[in-house]
Design a protein around this ligand. Structure first.
Ligand SMILES: [Zn+2]
Length: 691
């Protein structure tokens, strides 16, 4: 539903930095910090050939990727700062020691200490999940499976069907159930997966014969990890179980998406009868009853194709095979919370072998992550108390204000649009709800008595509570104050069904955005990001929603045709980019983000000019603005991380986020000598301007 500015793996990253400078109505202090970073510029590269390399060349040459990262950027730097900050909060609680059990402090501390108590975790081993394993193994008929999937779902374990509760796209004041098929994978890329699974048969034979050398190298780590874990919880016939897990998982990975071209298809509503029908022998009513949604008659499913294929997959495999798959999901969800030995085995495979890290994540960092996952709101409160000050919040709100004004003016100048569509776009823009820094009110912390000697009990309770709270929202009007992201997340997002943008505390900090930076840079960084999120309301998906968050058409037909045509041309431009030899960007996969980047920076430039009043920006100001954008995205990453991004991320890689936008921007041609024949040059008639 939401479109964050960064890929998902950044969403758990984190902050600090207390801004002491005051800011009012853009009376920004003149350049005090090194923004832009002039020492990063590579003057041997012509800006018109590759602006990204020109702006960042020396930085790219001199920067090393730290040991336990696959990339380094401003975003990872801020993320690391947030990590340190959250750790400090928890360490401070640890030093203070005792708190009344009902307090947030006591709850956070118990979770933090409970996880760090590896002695206790080692003593318990698999015991915390043995009851669940036995319950799965004791199932006697396939008819019992749907209810068991739902039972595990309540415990935070992936089920083949996943539930979310979000505002109804036809009536955003009410909430509805959104259903999806599981996105759990064995965390290998699909192509690699297929290769692994074909070889799993021989691997299983090798395990049987205890002949390690016969197992394919790529598959060895995973197969061994599975064998160890399944053996430890007394699963009978391990080779067969591994084979079942692999076969079912590849079936789940291959479920067809169906037609998801536009939000009309993505948010299609189905009746319970339609859903039951395609699920076949999988009983929807048993699943729904156990999942706590027995009375929901209409469900947001999107295309029914994946559910139909899942129904067939369910039918095809035996009880024993589904039991094995379920046990693996249970182990996969909980491996890092059981014994430290098991956690190490699990992380060595996923982080070191697969992820390319030099070593596994330290236990203290994992304890912080656990608190940030299950008690994220109490932690957010402590975090923002320390790190969000009035000046920063005001800077964020001011920027939104300036960007909205500039966007409104640009809408008036969209000469490809009729006055009717312009008015409707203007109305939607005015209705965008803005959340900056932290929520207006904090979600209530669950009431329980924390006990650090019962780590798993606390984890189970909090997961269950989260699930129940989500389901309870079905009986309540949609909560407009809810945040889908915590303030300690280094990110921002636009949510079409709430027509809102959210800019977190964590993202509004140096070196990403510096309150004391040259205003030209502040506009091409913070401004462009705010503009990016606003433009999402008008991209290839957002344009299907109106100002209230309703999925409805507010376009004149001829305007929508032009919009689609312009988008298509933009997608074609990005299709041609090659971040790696023979590896193209997918212009359609990245379209919404590219429209948002192009709109964001264009609006930011207008907003900057408006902020200067009658004064015109100098060429130096303009260069500073463009360098700010060029350096905002600088990223050094390993080729395999880059390849992963190209395949799965809806954002273009950094180099093309920068160059793709600039090659369409008139300002770029005005300020730098870009001529026909230069790599970035586009003839005026091929430059695209949408918003
Ligand atoms: Zn975005």
């Amino acid at each position: 539903m939401t479109a964050p500015i960064l890929p998902a793996r950044f969403r758990l990253a984190f902050l600090l930095v207390v801004f002491a400078l005051c800011i009012s109505n853009l009376s920004f202090a003149r350049q005090k910090h090194h923004t832009p970073d002039l020492s990063a510029i590579d003057h041997s590269v012509q800006p018109g050939e590759d602006f990204y390399l020109y702006a960042n060349g020396l930085w790219l040459q001199h920067t090393k990727i730290p040991e336990n990262q696959t990339e380094v950027s401003h975003f990872t730097a801020v993320g690391n700062k947030v990590d340190r900050d959250l750790t400090n909060i928890l360490e401070h609680l640890d030093q203070r020691g005792h708190f009344a059990p009902s307090t947030d402090e006591a709850k956070l501390l118990a979770l933090y200490r409970g996880y760090r108590d590896t002695h206790q975790r080692n003593q318990l081993g698999f015991a915390p999940i043995q009851d669940d394993i036995n319950a799965i193994l004791n199932l006697r008929s396939k008819h019992e499976l749907p209810a068991m999937f739902a039972t595990l779902l309540r415990k935070g374990v992936s089920s083949p069907l996943m539930i979310d509760v979000q505002p109804d796209v036809d009536n955003p004041d009410l909430n509805m159930v959104f259903l999806d098929t599981s996105d759990a994978t064995l965390r290998l890329r699909k192509t690699t997966n297929q290769r692994h699974f074909k070889k799993s048969e021989s691997a299983v034979t090798a395990i049987k014969a205890q002949k390690d050398s016969d197992i394919d190298d790529d598959a060895k780590g995973l197969i061994k990890l599975m064998a160890t874990m399944l053996q430890a919880v007394n699963v009978p016939n391990i080779p067969k179980a591994i084979e079942a897990i692999n076969t079912i998982q590849s079936g789940m990975d291959d479920l067809p998406a169906g037609n998801t071209d536009t939000p009309i298809q993505i948010f299609k509503v189905s009746t319970v009868e339609e859903l039951s029908d395609v699920l076949g022998s999988f009983s929807w009513s048993d699943f729904a009853a156990e999942a706590g949604i027995p009375n929901q008659q209409r469900i947001v499913t999107g295309p029914l194709d994946p559910f139909k294929s899942f129904g067939k997959l369910f039918h095809k495999h035996s009880l024993e095979q589904w039991q094995a798959w379920m046990i693996w999901q249970l182990l996969d969800t909980n491996a890092t919370y059981l014994s430290e030995e098991l956690a190490q085995q699990y992380l060595t495979y996923y982080e070191v072998e697969l992820g390319g890290y030099k070593r596994t994540t330290h236990v203290q960092k994992r304890a912080v992550d656990l608190c940030n996952d299950l008690l994220e709101w109490p932690l957010a409160r402590f975090y923002t108390d320390k790190n969000l000050n009035h000046a920063t919040e005001k800077m964020g709100r001011n920027m939104v204000h300036h960007m909205r004004d500039a966007f409104a003016q640009r809408i008036k100048h969209r000469n490809w649009m009729t006055a009717e569509t312009q008015q409707a776009a203007f109305d939607k823009l005015q209705k965008i709800n803005v959340k900056v820094g932290k929520p207006l009110r904090w979600p209530k912390t669950p009431q329980y008595t924390p006990d650090e000697s019962d780590l798993f009990g606390m984890i189970s309770y909090l997961r269950n509570n989260r699930y129940d709270k989500m389901i309870k929202q079905l009986d309540e009007p949609a909560d407009k104050d809810l945040w889908d992201m915590t303030p300690q997340t280094v990110n921002a997002y636009y949510d079409p069904s709430r027509n809102e943008i959210v800019v977190t505390t964590a993202i509004m900090q140096s070196p990403l955005f510096d309150i004391s930076a040259n205003p030209a840079v502040l506009f091409s960084t913070l401004g462009a990001i705010v503009g990016h999120e606003m433009t999402h309301g008008f991209d290839n998906n957002g344009s299907f929603f109106d100002g209230e968050g309703r999925l409805t058409n507010w376009w004149q037909p001829e305007d929508f045709k032009t919009f689609k045509n312009l988008s298509k041309q933009l997608a074609k431009q990005y299709d041609k980019y090659l971040p790696l030899p023979k590896v193209h960007i997918d212009g359609q996969q990245t379209l919404g983000e590219n429209i948002a980047d192009l709109g964001g920076l264009s609006i930011a430039w207008d907003a900057y000019r408006l902020s200067l009043g009658r004064k015109a920006p100098t060429d130096e100001d303009s260069q500073t603005f463009l360098l700010g954008w060029g350096q905002l995205w600088r990223t050094k990453e390993t080729p395999s991380a880059l390849k992963d991004d190209i395949e799965s991320d809806e954002h273009s890689p950094a180099q093309f986020r920068v160059n793709g936008v600039l090659s369409n921007l008139e300002l770029f041609y005005k300020i730098y000598p870009v001529a026909s024949g230069d790599k970035m040059y586009r003839a005026p008639e091929h430059r695209i301007e949408i918003w």
